[in-house]
Design a protein around this ligand. Structure first.
Ligand SMILES: *Cc1c(COP(=O)(O)O)cnc(C)c1O
Length: 441
């Protein structure tokens, strides 16, 4: 049974409202990345003042239990003492040199030791840049032009990959952005996720022309959608047979589902891996890595050009390395799984009691409560969810001090800073929120 619905707490965002108006005068839409504007749930975002552990604090004085974690990076929670100390001490030595440093070796060795498919790695500054570079590597190494991309999967705002992309592109209903020319996407072949025969058909139609199959091994940018059993293995087999490179975009799943990411969890080794988010420990860093023979083709070792002024930035490397070291020492994955399972079960219980069609999908510490009665296997399934209900639920939760991703099509993240008490408070808020929505219907 529900706890009796408390009257909804007083919740005002007056300071944030004023800040948003000021921001909108000088920044398009008031934000530097579209999802943050809350377009998918209606309304305006709170402006964040600071964060610590599992909590965010806005400029209006609210505390929230945070399930975004900066959209993935903050697996250790915010302002982790070891990460903070590493960044401060790096800062004392200067913030950027444009010259090689010792820490780049350390973090590259740590990444190669952690991620099964990686022998060598190149650091860049964003997931977008890493995905773009991985595709260039695949095309350069195979001498082929075409790539297969899954609908609803997001690989940053790379022109060639901004077709039927998830994340804010789904949310805004503008999967094809003006400014992305037909020419730049002409070699991008779209395929539904989790559909074995669709991939086989594309291979049959474009035999010998496909440089790479690029996907999120566990999709997180259309809400959380796991691969069907055997699907990743099948992609591995098909690509190997065709001389096509398999690229796992593990920007979200890397260091999150396991130290070695989804490829460790599912035991399927891609040719190229794209990393981001956690690898920068909350600072801007990302990377792509592969076997030595592939990576030796990247400049200056080889002919495939790729560069970056701030790549391997000392502050970002310090934050990333400190984060990876804590993960290697503490191996928190079982605990994260248990905490996230408790949250998923709680959401399912609350939705069931409220008689709301739902499915909770989860892999490790990534999960989505879909307002959809059927399991979600692909983008088409995901799009049939009740986004209006999600919007109402989102605001009821925010007013109760729970900060969820502001779209049905984004995954929630649990960090090592979350406690069982945080999870239980969140589940109680969910039950209370759904009850409030039912009463007002
Ligand atoms: C976030 C994300 C990206 C883009 O990373 P940015 O750092 O935002 O450019 C790419 N791929 C996946 C799977 C992501 O989740």
């Amino acid at each position: 049974m529900f706890t009796p619905a408390r009257s909804r707490p007083k919740f005002s965002l007056d300071q944030s409202h004023a800040a948003f108006a000021a921001a909108c005068r000088v920044i398009p839409g008031g934000v530097n990345s579209p999802a943050r504007a809350f377009g998918a749930v209606g309304g305006e975002p709170p402006f964040i003042d600071r964060a610590e552990g599992a909590y965010l604090y806005d400029i209006d004085g609210h505390q929230y239990i945070d399930y975004i974690g900066s959209w993935g990076p903050m697996i250790l929670g915010h302002s982790h003492p070891k990460v903070r100390a590493a960044v401060s001490s790096a800062l004392e030595r200067g913030s950027s040199f444009g010259a090689p440093t010792m820490r780049e070796i350390e973090i590259a060795e740590a990444v190669a030791a952690s991620v099964p498919s990686i022998e060598m790695v190149r650091f860049v500054s964003s997931g977008t840049e890493a995905a773009m570079s991985a595709v260039r590597l695949a095309r350069g190494a195979t001498g082929r032009a075409k790539i297969i991309k899954m609908t609803g999967h997001y690989h940053g705002h790379v022109d060639a990959l901004l077709v039927q992309a998830g994340s804010a592109a789904t949310t805004l209903g503008t999967p094809n952005s003006p400014g992305v020319t037909p020419g730049t996407t002409a070699d991008t072949l779209l395929c539904p996720f989790n559909d074995a025969s669709a991939v086989a058909d594309l291979f049959a139609q474009h035999s010998g022309q496909i440089a790479a199959v690029l996907l999120e091994p566990v999709a997180g940018n259309m809400g959380l959608v796991p691969p069907r059993p055997g699907y990743l293995e099948l992609l591995r087999e098909l690509t190997a047979r065709q001389g096509t490179l398999l690229i796992f975009d593990e920007v979200m799943t890397g260091f999150r589902l396991a130290l070695g990411g989804a490829q460790e969890l599912y035991g399927v080794k891609p040719d190229v891996t794209v990393l981001g988010k956690i690898i920068g420990g909350g600072l801007p860093a990302a990377a792509y890595g592969a076997s030595r023979s592939l990576m030796q083709q990247i400049s200056p070792a080889g002919p495939i050009f790729q560069a970056g002024t701030l790549s391997g930035n000392p502050l970002a490397m310090a934050a990333g390395l400190a984060t990876i070291e804590v993960l290697r020492q503490e191996s928190p994955y079982e605990r994260l799984d248990a905490l996230s399972g408790r949250l998923a079960d709680g959401f399912a219980r609350a939705a069931k009691e409220a008689n709301v069609p739902h499915v909770v999908q989860r892999v490790g510490s990534m999960l989505t409560l879909f307002f959809n009665g059927e399991p979600i296997h692909n983008y088409e399934d995901a799009k049939r969810s009740d986004t209006a209900l999600f919007g109402r639920f989102f605001w009821e939760m925010l007013a109760r001090g729970v900060y969820l991703p502001c779209s049905q099509f984004e995954a929630m993240f649990v960090s090592t800073a979350h406690t069982e008490a945080d999870i239980d408070r969140t589940v109680a808020a969910a039950a209370d929120s759904l009850d409030a929505i039912a009463r007002s219907a």
